[in-house]
Write a protein that binds this ligand. Structure first.
Ligand SMILES: [Zn+2]
Length: 336
């Protein structure tokens, strides 16, 4: 029987549907050296502008409030959501025990993540780890527990890669690939902000003998905005993920990229599905700011469940594809 490793233990994945494979629930994505003191609350007057510049405001780039997180998960459950993968790795202030409590109280399955983010987010002590230390550390996080807790990770990543990639990030990615192979869990990778980053990542993980069909390449939306270059990744057997659903604005706060909107995401996804790659496509929102949460006037974790079926209809696409994208495919990749 296929099992998913959640924060409350291994569960059979048979009845689990409406899965959001890449989100953040308790997190801090502001860089460690940013000033986190004396930041003002997000007011209605400033909400739109803060959202527009998104994580440029450190207060918006973190959400550690337990009550708010529980409310957001309850909204997700009320809309039929069953499972969220919190890809907050080490460096993003993950809280495995907090996730376990939230899962118990909300009734939403949560999968926590092993691994580490890009180098600028990591303390010097962690950067000193050698390859073998990192391999055993990541395996321990999956098989024994995260950050001194008994809560186990059910996925490795999003492993952070910069562009150009740093030597520590290469080492961590190689270690994560070995740990994924040893434990049997999937490896999710946050690519650097350049199309070449994805090919480089696949070269690195396959050099460690990990099958690309266990690898998720995140953030297609900003790495290949018009879709060019994705087919050659799919041809390796790797999984690709459009995880910016709900972001529909011209200005991208992390780089000079013209992002797609939900319609153009679906057109690309449908095109690759028609070309035979349906099983390798994943979707999610990658919520990592407060203003994308319903408590702060945002779309929340169930935008895909609530609103995307209507977009499928308007485009004349078969809505059963959505079931593959948020039921079968995430279940298959999460299965041990
Ligand atoms: Zn993410």
């Amino acid at each position: 029987m296929k099992k998913v490793r959640t924060v409350l233990g291994d569960v059979s994945s048979i009845d689990i549907e409406n899965i959001m494979i890449h989100e953040h629930i308790l997190f801090d994505i502001s860089l460690p050296h940013t000033n986190k003191k004396n930041l003002s609350e997000i007011s209605m007057k400033d909400r739109w502008q803060i959202d527009y510049l998104s994580n440029q405001n450190a207060e918006n780039a973190r959400q550690k409030n337990f009550t708010i997180a529980l409310e957001e998960l309850n909204y997700f459950r009320e809309d039929g959501g069953k499972l969220i993968v919190d890809q907050s790795v080490f460096g993003l202030d993950r809280d495995a025990e907090g996730l376990a409590k939230l899962s118990k109280l909300s009734g939403v399955h949560i999968v926590a993540s092993a691994g580490c983010y890009t180098e600028p987010y990591l303390p010097k002590s962690f950067l000193k780890k050698d390859f073998d230390d990192l391999v055993s550390h990541f395996i321990y996080e999956v098989n024994e527990g995260l950050d001194g807790s008994p809560v186990k990770a059910g996925i490795i990543g999003e492993i952070g890669c910069s562009w150009p990639i740093t030597s520590f990030e290469v080492k961590a990615l190689k270690a994560a690939a070995v740990a994924a192979k040893e434990t049997g869990c999937a490896l999710s990778v946050h690519p650097g902000r350049a199309p070449e980053s994805c090919t480089q990542i696949l070269d690195i993980v396959t050099s460690m003998d990990l099958n690309p069909n266990r690898v998720i390449l995140c953030h297609m939306d900003r790495t290949f905005p018009n879709g060019d270059g994705i087919e050659k990744l799919l041809d390796t057997g790797a999984n690709v993920e459009w995880d910016f659903f709900g972001i529909e604005q011209s200005y991208y706060w992390m780089g000079n990229v013209e992002l797609p909107n939900d319609f153009s995401r679906l057109r690309l996804i449908n095109k690759f599905s028609d070309a035979g790659y349906t099983d390798q496509i994943l979707i999610s929102h990658d919520i990592c700011t407060k203003t994308r949460m319903r408590s702060f006037g945002g779309h929340g974790y169930s935008h895909i469940i609530r609103n995307i079926p209507e977009l499928f209809k308007r485009l004349g696409f078969d809505v059963s594809l959505l079931k593959k994208l948020i039921h079968e495919n995430p279940k298959n990749i999460l299965a041990f």
